[in-house]
Design a protein around this ligand. Structure first.
Ligand code: NAD
Length: 252
């Protein structure tokens, strides 16, 4: 098992990619904190993990709230003693609103979850990582964090910022044995993915070019496998980078 005895916090883990990541990490021996806005769904994920002999707890937390993030990390440490792996997965879309139409409220809302959220969880977790000179951060960015046409202005900018945060944290804490990487998923079959297929059939068509996947949507498990790679020692020489996982969507 690749994560035996590790303590992993996964945000937005009640559905989609976060759920798949929590389940795979638990199957690989990690003690997993399944955190989400939605405690009921997070608890169901925990039940599923426990039914397979895994160890997990559910913690309700809004990553846009400083107080919630503090409680998330504090509760994790009181239950499991430490944090070894932080997966910043919670995210929201922006309804594909272009720059001319965006309101301050929508911009702030998207940034609060997608960008400030990861910054907050990283800020609260780094003291634990720096003290023990070890720790891994995996940020779920997006193909929209590398290219300009996959979403609206706020989502695109918020995910570009996540890629930048990943580079900066990876650089600044490398000498302390801490790695920080990101994944840029293409369109994946989740609640958010459903909104993409509705408005971006051109992108879906191009995704099929890559690996013959029809209708071009990846599975949450496809991303979970990349997250496992980045969270485990298999990627010990990888830091500050963003790995694209999109069946070739952005390569052609
Ligand atoms: P999803 O909607 O199935 O899951 C997102 C989860 O995050 C939900 O359980 C939701 O309750 C939770 N969440 C939302 N706001 C939160 C908050 N403020 N605090 C805590 N939890 C919150 O969608 P998904 O596709 O699995 O999304 C996971 C990540 O993947 C997101 O960061 C998203 O931007 C990114 N992403 C998705 C796609 C795609 O095609 N699905 C592509 C690229 C990137």
């Amino acid at each position: 098992m690749k994560l035996n005895g590790k303590v992993a916090v996964v945000t937005g883990a009640a559905s989609g990619m976060g759920k798949a990541i929590a389940e795979l990490f638990a199957a690989e021996g990690a003690q997993v904190v399944v955190s989400d806005l939605n405690l009921e769904h997070a608890s169901k994920v925990v039940e599923g993990i426990e039914s397979k002999g895994g160890v997990a707890i559910a913690i309700a937390a809004n990553v846009a709230s400083e107080e919630d993030v503090q409680r998330l990390i504090d509760s994790t440490v009181s239950r499991f003693g430490t944090v070894d792996i932080l997966v910043n997965n919670a995210g929201i879309m922006d309804n594909f609103v272009p720059a001319a139409d965006i309101t301050d409220a929508l911009w702030d809302k998207v940034f609060a979850v997608n960008t400030t959220g990861p910054m907050r969880t990283i800020r609260k977790t780094l003291p634990i990582f720096t003290e023990k000179k070890a720790g891994v951060i995996v940020n779920i960015a997006s193909a929209g964090g590398l290219f300009g046409s996959r979403a609206g202005a706020a989502y695109t900018a918020s995910k570009h910022a996540v890629v930048g945060l990943t580079k900066n944290v990876g650089f600044q804490y490398a000498t302390l044995g801490i790695r920080c990487n990101a994944i840029a998923p293409g369109a994946v079959e989740t609640n958010i993915g459903a909104t993409l297929t509705a408005v971006n059939p051109f992108g879906m068509e191009r995704a099929q070019v890559g690996m013959g996947i029809n209708p071009g949507l990846g599975k949450p498990e496809d991303i979970a496998k990349v997250a496992l790679f980045l969270a485990s020692d298999d990627s010990s020489f990888i830091n500050g980078t963003t790995i694209t996982a999109d069946a070739g969507w952005t390569a052609y």
